[in-house]
Design a protein. Sequence first.
Length: 183
Amino acid sequence: MSTGEVRPDEADRADKADTEGSDPIDTEGPDPVDTEGPDPVDTEDSDLSPFQEAESRWKRWRARIAAKPSLNLGYRIAVGVIGALVLAAGVLAIPYPGPGWLIVFAGLGILASEFEWAHRLLRFARTKYDAFMDWFSRQSLLVKGAGAVLTGLIVLATLWLLGTFGLVGTWVGLDYPWLESPL
C-alpha cells in the first residue's frame, strides 16, 4: 500500500468520528480508543466481521486448551493423526480424476494448524503445484492429451487391481480370467 492511501478500517473510523462529532482518540477518558484496529481476541466490538468473530472464538478456545499441558498434548496428537489420515487419503487420490490435490492441501492445512513444519510444507507444496499447473496449461494439446491418457490408464489399472472388472463382468456374463484381479 502506498504512503498516501488510507486503509479501509482507518477510513471507517474517520467516518464514524466525523458523524459523532468527536475525535476517535479520547485522551481524557479512562480508556483511549485503539486506532490500529480491534483486538483480535475482543469480540465485544460490533465492527468485527463474522470471520473475525469466529477466529477470535477459535483463538480463545485454543488458548484454554494450550493452558493445560496434558489436554494440549492430546489435542496436538489428535490433530496430527487426523491431518495425517486426510493427507494420506489425498496422496492416494492424486492420480485419479477428482479432488486429490484439494484433499492433500486440506490434510496439510489441518497439520499446519498445529505444526510449523507442516505450514512450511504447505506453502512449498502450493508453490510447486501452482508452478506445475502453470507449466501444464502452457503445453501443447499433445502433452495435455498424454496427461489425460496417463490418468485414464492409472484409473483402469486401479479398477483392475481392485477386481472391479471381474465383478462387473460376471454381472453381464463375461467370465474371462484376465478380468480377475491378480491380488
